[in-house]
Write a protein that binds this ligand. Structure first.
Ligand code: 5RP
Length: 225
């Protein structure tokens, strides 16, 4: 019997909860990602909330869902150390570089990930790819830079598409870049970092995942970088 994508996400969310229960130091701080897989994880987290010192949310939606379960949410500026960050991905490669931002939360996700000691990526097997880029690469863009960024993206060989009717938690736009086959994720992340007007690009390669919990029909596979 084949498992649905939601069943795979639930299985991986439960594995992530068990990982946190085993690995988070007593009273430790947990970063929490955004998206449908992260939502399954948040719902599972409710059962171990007494073991967690506090959480930092990577989006307004995640903050609301955590608070709805009575899980304590902290401001990142009030946190010194974060042991673990758990989040999904749109694509992940064998070196644990990722494309993120399908939900538009990439900037806060990258900030929280930068603080965390261990990044645990949770996803179903459909997200594991040989080469990143089939999933359009999201860029969070300052509104006045929209046309400039689109022109720069074309120079890099990508096809930019404005995400219509979407505004990020930070009040910015998302441009999705189609048509990239990303041979060098760290290099391309650095190149996009140089374009003025882009707040954040969705390549998480320079700081990729450390642990991958991959939901497969044969069970959740855990791998470390
Ligand atoms: C949101 C993200 C998500 O992690 C990514 O889009 C995966 O989401 P889902 O679990 O719904 O497939 O980066 O900005």
């Amino acid at each position: 019997m084949s498992m649905t994508q939601d069943e795979l996400k639930l299985a991986v969310a439960r594995a992530a909860r068990d990982y946190v229960a085993a690995q988070l130091p007593a009273g430790g701080i947990l970063g929490v990602g955004t998206g449908s897989t992260a939502n399954f994880f948040i719902d599972e987290l409710a059962s171990i909330k007494d073991r967690i010192g506090g959480t930092v949310a990577s989006s307004e939606a995640t903050k609301k869902r955590l608070a709805g379960h009575g899980i304590r949410v902290l401001d990142l500026n009030d946190v010194g150390e974060m042991a673990i960050y758990v989040d999904g991905a749109d694509e992940i490669d064998a070196g644990f570089a990722m494309i993120k931002g399908g939900g538009g939360a990439l900037t806060r996700e990258k900030i929280v990930a930068a603080v965390a000691r261990t990044f645990v990526c949770i996803c179903d097997a459909s997200k594991l790819v040989a080469t990143l880029g089939k999933f359009p690469l999201p860029l969070e863009v300052i509104p006045m830079a929209r046309a400039h960024v689109a022109r720069e993206v074309e120079k890099l060989g990508g096809t930019p598409a404005l995400r219509e009717g979407f505004v990020t938690d930070n009040g910015n736009l998302i441009i999705d870049v189609h048509g990239l086959a990303i041979a060098d994720p760290q290099g391309l992340e650095t190149q996009f970092n140089q374009i003025v007007g882009i707040v954040t690009n969705g390549l998480f390669a320079r700081r990729g995942a450390d642990v991958l919990l991959l939901g497969t029909p044969a069970g959740v596979k855990t791998s470390k970088r």
